[in-house]
Design a protein around this ligand. Structure first.
Ligand SMILES: C[S@@+](CC[C@H](N)C(=O)[O-])C[C@H]1O[C@@H](n2cnc3c(N)ncnc32)[C@H](O)[C@@H]1O
Length: 241
């Protein structure tokens, strides 16, 4: 199945808010700390943020001293990013056809992007093509093995809500993503992260339940035997020499 690009652009170009920033400040910080630990880059390196939206995470990386390029389909979100940070280069492009030369990019972050792609294989191939040998990528996405992500956001769930999501998106299965990235040549692993509390959710019913969700998210999945059921999976890969 292919991604419907226009549906994706229409959804993000018509968001009512002036930025796309769904996590709490603590969660944003935890995501960036995990990304930087996974990439293990020296400060000053270049990171391309795929699916950057209005650049929430791009900004964090830029402030930490990395040279950042943000890539997204949504004209509106890119415009917001550009207005907030004129030191970051924002490019309107499709992650399935990246506008970079082969073997040219130090590191790539796929920020809450892969679960928007019905078949992440095409993006994985592009990430492999543009990364330098030994270059790393890190992707973070909602984990379909997490009961809350499954119940609220998977279209096979009886409690699925389509409010606030594009028809292209679905929480990911960690092993499926690992297999896809391995199939294009990467050495891949997954890391599971909890404690990623949300600032807001779209559905009115879910809004009322958000404080309970955030409480569970902070504490429930801490024990290591529940590791693979944590809400977010980070997929980390390195291109061989
Ligand atoms: C869930 S939002 C994430 C935004 C931001 N990175 C964040 O985490 O707050 C997903 C983003 O991916 C972008 N996107 C989806 N499909 C894309 C594609 N094929 N090429 C480029 N960007 C895409 C959307 O426009 C949207 O901004």
């Amino acid at each position: 199945m292919l991604q419907n690009k226009q549906q994706e652009i229409d959804f993000f170009d018509n968001l009512p808010s002036d930025e796309y920033n769904v996590f709490t400040d603590d969660a944003n910080q935890k995501i960036i700390d995990t990304v930087l630990r996974c990439l293990a880059l020296t400060s000053g390196g270049q990171i391309v943020d795929l699916g950057c939206g209005s650049g929430i995470f791009t900004q964090f990386l830029q402030k930490k001293g990395y040279a950042c390029i943000g890539v997204d389909l949504s004209h509106k979100l890119l415009r917001i990013g550009k207005n907030q940070m004129n030191t970051v280069q924002f490019i309107q492009a499709d992650v399935e056809a990246l506008p970079f030369a082969d073997n040219s990019v130090d590191a790539i972050m796929l920020s809450c992007l892969l679960h928007h792609l019905p078949n992440p294989f095409f993006c994985a191939k592009e990430v492999f093509r543009v990364l330098k040998p030994q270059g790393k990528f890190v992707a973070f996405d909602p984990n379909r093995l997490n009961p809350f992500m499954y119940l609220y956001r998977d279209r096979s769930s009886p409690f699925y809500s389509s409010k606030g999501v594009t028809p292209n998106e679905r929480p990911v299965l960690p092993n499926e993503l690992r297999n896809i990235f391995a199939s294009v040549g990467f050495q891949v692993k997954s890391q599971f992260v909890d404690g990623l509390t949300y600032r807001y959710v779209a559905s009115d019913t879910a809004k009322g339940l958000l404080p309970i969700y955030n409480l569970f998210e902070r504490f429930f999945f801490k024990p290591f035997f529940l590791n693979q059921f944590r809400s977010f999976v980070f997929t980390i890969g390195q291109k061989p020499k």
